[in-house]
Design a protein around this ligand. Structure first.
Ligand code: SF4
Length: 285
């Protein structure tokens, strides 16, 4: 592969290879790289903020940052599409760790948004930022950053999570300046740090265990490896996962999609949806 063209910019093979090299490093080496990036970012910042979702990656990003800046602002963007255990866990942790904690909510809830704009495609960034991500996540966060004059945002993005995040890491690296988040423009450039962008899930779990950090109970309770929006249709396998952990939400989604027949194939345990009148693509915004 010579290069990959993304948004008019050609990414070289070397940019992906350097991510692979970072990913092959030991946990201690990764911690050092992460700490150096956070140090560099916060030394240039007056008002840094950690975006904490309650997930394991942003938990590690938060834990690393607190060592260097215990009074860092912490934003929990409550999408209203969270596991109730996540909301409780985040609020409890904020109290326990005495965080400088803020919680924001969107103007519309998920169901209103998908009714108007459709459900997110299972490859959710294939057509740009889904409308629900913009309204539930980006807009409230950007409004908060504006109001609080945030000049540095630390997030738990990992290159290994998705193609979009791999590309972002290849393009920008672990620390960069940006005038936008998602589709939203910011009033001025801010520093963005993704301290765990080179970490794999196993590194996160090892770090969490090493420092005995309290982790969101949803991972164990539901046997899942992501803890974001509950009713998300924006990833492969969402139907099967919802059938297992929240069948009533799956039913509600199918009802809204106009899908009336929902059968679980007892032999394969696969869900057979479909009266084939409607497919997910009909709901792309
Ligand atoms: S994670 Fe899924 S449900 Fe949540 S805002 Fe993004 S696309 Fe929508």
């Amino acid at each position: 592969m010579d290069g990959y063209i993304k948004g008019g910019e050609t990414l070289e093979y070397e940019q992906f290879e350097s991510i692979r090299r970072e990913q092959r490093k030991t946990l201690d080496e990764k911690i050092e790289t992460s700490i150096n990036a956070i140090k560099e970012g916060i030394s240039k910042s007056k008002r840094p903020c950690v975006a904490f979702s309650g997930g394991k990656a942003s938990l590690v990003a938060l834990h690393l940052t607190l060592h260097l800046k215990p009074d860092v602002m912490v934003l929990f963007n409550n999408t209203t599409n969270e596991f109730h255990e996540t909301v409780k866990y985040v609020r409890d942790l904020a109290r326990k760790w005495k965080l400088r904690f803020y919680e924001v909510k969107p103007k519309l809830n998920y169901w209103h948004i998908v009714k108007k704009h459709g459900f997110p495609h299972q490859q959710r960034y294939k057509f740009g930022e889904p409308k629900c991500c913009q309204i539930l996540k980006t807009d409230p966060a950007v409004e908060f950053y504006r109001k609080k004059h945030i000049d540095c945002v630390i997030t738990g993005i990992q290159a290994s999570e998705s193609g979009a995040r791999l590309l972002l890491t290849a393009q920008k690296g672990i620390i960069f300046e940006s005038e936008s988040i998602g589709n939203a423009r910011l009033p001025r450039k801010i520093i963005r740090i993704n301290p765990v962008c080179y970490w794999l899930d196993k590194d996160l779990w090892e770090y969490i265990e090493r420092y005995n950090i309290p982790v969101n109970p949803v991972y164990e309770k539901y046997g899942i490896d992501r803890c974001g929006c509950v009713a998300c249709t924006g990833y492969f396998g969402w139907e099967k996962e919802l059938a297992r952990i929240r069948p009533r939400i799956l039913e509600r989604i199918y009802n809204m999609m106009g899908i009336t027949q929902l059968k679980l194939d007892e032999e394969t345990e696969e869900i057979r949806v479909r009266d084939n009148k409607v497919t997910l693509d009909d709901f792309d915004s």
